[in-house]
Design a protein around this ligand. Structure first.
Ligand SMILES: NC(=O)c1ccc[n+]([C@@H]2O[C@H](COP(=O)([O-])OP(=O)(O)OC[C@H]3O[C@@H](n4cnc5c(N)ncnc54)[C@H](OP(=O)(O)O)[C@@H]3O)[C@@H](O)[C@H]2O)c1
Length: 270
């Protein structure tokens, strides 16, 4: 088992920290003494998260940035270091969905979702890794992937592809960076009650309301706080993958071993 990391005073940078999972992780990290730098495009949610962090007795700075802006990585990491010193952890969390069949997804839609979910993750983790390597005292890189990085469901193929790409990139980086004492972890949440499904429906031009939560049985739904607590446990004792549902993790194993069985079950369920 990995040794326990002392988190107090070790700064973390979180993209998409104004809402949902990112906001919950920011508050949970601040509660254990990590100074947090959070980003997003909208100021108001960021200010609300900063307020919640301060109420929890923590330190936070906010930065209004779009992760598809090529300059955002340097601005974010420079600003984080100016405020709190060298960051220990970086969580690439900003992301969104797309409610569309594979054959119905256009090239611009595919490029756009990869820009936010995958290319921005790569740009951030690459620069953070290089800064950690130059410092030589380790660190922890994380990405909020998804349970659908291991098995896709209908009308979420483009989204699942971005999450699988994040997952595989992080698997390789974990092996590459381990000798330098840099941990790399992916987070694989199941359906989490956040703005995610409303945003997906809006981006997809769907008029049928939220894009999935109404189909999900309650036992496969969780609050963002549950993911945040699991992330803090992973920061304390780094593990390759963070899962919040054993059943869904088992499904991903079945998908690998017996794809026909899982396809049949998913068709029945969906
Ligand atoms: N909810 C789920 O069921 C679920 C399950 C598995 C994985 N995930 C993953 O968890 C992560 C967080 O999602 P969530 O559930 O917490 O949903 P959320 O509340 O919608 O959070 C997404 C965050 O990303 C930010 N964001 C989106 N596009 C951005 C951009 N171009 N530049 C900067 N920030 C951007 C949003 O802030 P602004 O709009 O203000 O920019 C928002 O704070 C995502 O990567 C998602 O794929 C979610």
């Amino acid at each position: 088992m990995a040794s326990r990391v002392q988190l107090e005073g070790r700064p973390i940078v979180i993209t998409g920290g104004g809402t949902g999972i990112g906001a919950a992780v920011a508050v949970a990290c601040a509660t254990v003494g990590m100074p947090v730098t959070i980003t997003g495009r909208r100021l108001e949610p960021l200010e609300q998260t900063r307020e919640a962090v301060l109420e929890a007795g923590g330190q936070a700075q906010i930065l209004q940035l779009d992760v598809t802006d090529p300059d955002h990585v340097d601005i974010l990491l420079d600003t984080a270091e100016d405020a709190f010193g060298p960051f220990w952890a970086v969580l690439a969390n900003a992301g969104r969905g797309l409610l569309r069949s594979g054959h119905g997804t256009s090239d611009p839609e595919m490029h756009a979702i990869f820009d936010v979910n995958f290319h921005a993750t790569h740009a951030l983790l690459r620069e953070a890794a290089n800064r950690m390597l130059a410092r030589g005292d380790g660190g922890h890189l994380l990405a909020t992937s998804s349970c659908v990085s291991k098995f896709a469901v209908p009308n979420h193929g483009a989204y699942a592809a971005t999450k699988a790409a994040q997952d595989l990139l992080c698997q390789a980086m974990r092996l590459e960076l381990a000798p330098a004492g840099i941990h790399v972890s992916t987070i694989h949440p199941i359906t989490t009650t956040t703005e995610f499904f409303d945003v997906s429906a809006k981006v997809s031009g769907s008029t049928n309301g939220p894009s999935g939560t109404h189909l999900t049985p309650r036992r496969f739904m969780q609050p963002a706080r549950q993911v945040a607590d699991a992330v803090v446990r992973c920061l304390r004792r780094p593990v390759p993958e963070v899962w919040t549902s054993h059943i869904v993790r088992m499904l991903s194993a079945i998908r690998t071993l017996r794809p026909t069985v899982l396809d049949r079950q998913l068709r029945k369920f969906l």
